[in-house]
Design a protein around this ligand. Structure first.
Ligand code: TTP
Ligand code: MN
Ligand code: MN
Length: 685
């Protein structure tokens, strides 16, 4: 993925679709290649009555391709084999499925893309196409050496991988799922959700469940599906085009072909990264463990991070500091790794709290020396993001890249303690967290010495209350910590918040960990751990919680209490739309295999009885209806529930969503429901 210069000669290439060059000498010019990649995206729609996906039985109905060539010309086409009246200029209607497959082959061979892309094309589009082509003996010799599309993996389509010799196949979903997705807010990696978040694209929805019926009975209505098909190919193209710089970045860092990089998880990416540098530095890779040793490793654990328990309450003027790339900078600064462990020369240099371990101080060792590259890349990227942001540019994708680099760097730590690692070193992993605990405790101590009250700390961050001090004082404290830190270690200022709330853990008066909400001067919120980020809560409960947090953080306590009272009243009087009360649970196996019948299983059975299939993976939506008997038996399909069970929603959704927050204000559930004696803010009314 960089520019190289090659000397050599052209050979006879009649057996190839491209020229053949034998390079005798290749020199890396160390420059970015400005090659314009020719990308072709593909997407298929299949016949699936009752959501049944079976490539042996069900035909492909349409295939869409979308690409842009070197001179900017767009190729967009949908091929189908059902004749109907239409005015679509991109639609090609052929006589049957066989002709469609042949035409698909022809397009790819003519177009000769550098990259063929799809969304889950490893596990759906390409294996499906392949199975259909095999069935009809259509030769899919797409490779630049005339070889066929290759599908690897024999545990069914979902787990397969598709490749074409000479053409890079990028399954965008694989890259998102393995490397890029962690930073996304969406909890679904569907094409629509990902495109919406990364590209800001609006949905183009059709009901795919109807496609088979329309294909059979109302072909004149196929237009929408063709549009949809092309739209998906187009979105996939855009995602691939936009993410390609990131894929290339990772390819360069890790030193493996892009094809492999996007299909790997972080633990393997890290090892490849290490091996790449090992080759450069002439370092022999240790063998992997086997047998007993492997089993032994699997039982071992290290002590984790330090968390400072918060005291529930509402705080003013909160400042957060957080160490930048903490574990990676510790590994680098303290030369952590198997090679420097318990050297003969530095016995005095023991790890805080782990006096049986020490690492060499004299000579920088292999592992800690290479992690710096990732830290530096991320640092410069973060600077760039800041610049772009200040110019008002969208930095979503850059931030996802920064996040991916962060995870890659953090995976070093996980790797050291991972039983399958070549450079396994439990002592090193344990020492990394020991140093981390040491450094966060040190920051807390310093903060207190400087007169700040520390209200919370987790792993590498600490939350201070300014009190009678200023932000400048806090910055001075940070500088003081930083002057004493080794290497690239640095405590960073994360932000100032006008207010923050910490709530009690369930059934306890102690503060919950990793659960708080803060508000910035501009009114934006930073919320961690509250229920409204989870999906088994109704929109109504989530919305109430979020709005309540906002009011409380904006110092509108009286309004907050009134708001909750209004919501309770509205809910109790049956005035909430059932669409806001929908609960969702995913079905993970065949319904017949469920022994316990939760509400989602009961509703799934109702759906099946109505002729609507519920295969594993379906998200079942339901509402708890009013009536007598068990709650789960009153769960119904949302559109069929006339009256919801207000008491259920009050006790299991609304109150649990708000009570811990109100407790901080000195208000109990009884107070709200007007039952017991009012305390605390009750005096306002
Ligand atoms: P973070 O502060 O989230 O990460 P960071 O310090 O590496 O990077 P940043 O510059 O964005 O602050 O977490 C602190 C440490 O916790 C991190 O260095 C390693 C560990 N950690 C993991 O092991 N796995 C994870 O998924 C995360 C988020 C952190
Ligand atoms: Mn950090
Ligand atoms: Mn942190």
């Amino acid at each position: 993925m960089t520019l190289v210069e090659a000397e050599g000669e052209f050979l006879d290439s009649t057996k190839l679709r491209i020229p053949l060059f034998l390079a005798k000498n290749v020199t890396d010019l160390g420059k970015e290649s400005n090659h314009q990649w020719k990308i072709l995206a593909v997407d298929i729609e299949t016949y699936a009555k009752n959501k049944e996906i079976d490539p042996q039985i069900n035909p492909i109905l349409m295939i869409a391709v979308y690409g842009v060539n070197e001179s900017g010309k767009i190729l967009k086409e949908v091929i189908t084999w059902r004749k109907f009246k239409h005015k679509l200029d991109y639609l090609e209607v052929v006589s049957d499925e066989v002709e469609m497959l042949k035409r698909f082959r022809e397009i790819i061979v003519d177009y000769q893309p550098d990259i063929l892309t799809g969304y889950f094309s490893d596990g759906f589009d390409l294996p499906y196409i392949n199975i259909r082509a095999e069935k009809y003996n259509v030769n899919l010799n797409l490779g630049l050496d005339h070889t066929e599309l290759q599908i690897r993996g024999n545990q069914g389509m979902k787990n397969s991988e598709a490749s074409i010799p000479g053409i890079l196949h990028i399954d965008v979903l694989k890259f998102i799922r393995n490397i890029f997705g962690g930073n996304l807010k969406t909890d679904s990696y569907s094409l629509n959700a990902v495109a919406e978040e990364l590209l800001g694209h609006k949905k183009h929805d059709v009901n795919l469940d109807e496609l088979a019926h329309i294909w059979d009975n109302e072909p004149e209505n196929l237009v929408d599906f063709c549009e949809y098909n092309l739209h998906d190919a187009h979105l996939t193209y855009k995602l691939c085009y936009q993410l390609l710089p990131d894929i290339i970045e990772f390819t360069k860092i890790v030193g493996l072909p892009s094809y492999d990089v996007i299909r790997m998880r972080f633990s393997r990416l890290v090892e490849s990264f290490i091996m790449k540098h090992g080759i450069k530095q002439n370092i022999l890779a240790p063998d992997k463990a086997t047998g007993r040793e492997m089993e032994q490793r699997m039982t071992e654990q290290v002590q984790g991070a330090f968390v400072f328990e918060p005291t529930p309450g509402l705080y003013k003027d909160v400042v957060i500091f957080d160490y930048r790339s903490l574990y990676p900078t510790i590994i680098s600064a303290h030369n952590i790794g198997p090679e420097g462990l318990r050297c003969n020369c530095c016995k005095h240099n023991t790890v805080p709290g782990r006096e049986q371990f020490w690492f060499c101080e004299k000579e920088k060792k292999f592992l800690p020396s290479i992690i710096g590259e990732i830290i530096k890349r991320r640092m410069s990227l973060k600077r760039f993001i800041k610049e772009e942001k200040s110019e008002g540019k969208d930095t979503k994708i850059l931030e996802a890249r920064s996040y991916a680099l962060k995870v890659l760097a953090n995976s070093f730590y996980g790797y050291l303690g991972f039983y399958g690692a070549r450079w396994y070193s439990l002592e090193s992993a344990a020492s990394t967290t020991a140093y981390a605990r040491h450094y966060i405790k040190q920051a807390i101590e310093k903060a207190e010495e400087n007169g700040f009250k520390v209200i919370y700390a987790d792993t590498d961050s600490c939350f201070l209350v300014l009190g009678d001090k200023t932000i400048n004082d806090a910055m001075a404290f940070m500088d003081e910590v930083n002057t004493e830190l080794p290497g690239e270690m640095e405590l960073e200022y994360e932000g100032y918040f006008t207010r923050g709330i910490f709530v009690a853990a369930k059934g306890s008066d102690k503060g919950a960990k990793k659960k708080y909400a803060l508000i910035r001067e501009d009114g934006s919120l930073k919320i961690t751990g509250f229920e409204f980020v989870r999906r088994n809560w109704s929109e109504y409960a989530k919305e109430t919680q979020k709005h309540l947090l906002e009011l409380v953080l904006k110092d509108k306590e009286k309004e907050a209490i009134n708001y909750v009272k209004e919501r309770i009243q509205e809910l109790s009087e049956g005035n909430v739309k059932t669409s806001e009360l929908i609960l969702k649970t995913q079905i993970t196996r065949e319904i017949s295999q469920y022994s316990s019948r939760g509400p989602h299983v009961i509703v799934a059975q109702k759906m099946i009885a109505k002729g609507e299939p519920v295969p594993p993976g379906t998200m079942v939506a339901y509402v708890i209806g009013k009536g007598s008997g068990l709650v789960r038996e009153r769960a119904g399909i949302p559109s069929e529930v006339k009256e919801y069970d207000a008491e259920y929603y009050l006790n299991h959704q609304l109150l649990p969503a708000v009570s811990s927050i109100l407790l901080v204000l000195g208000y109990s559930e009884e107070d709200l429901l007007g039952k017991g004696k009012q305390t605390g803010l009750g005096s306002y009314f």
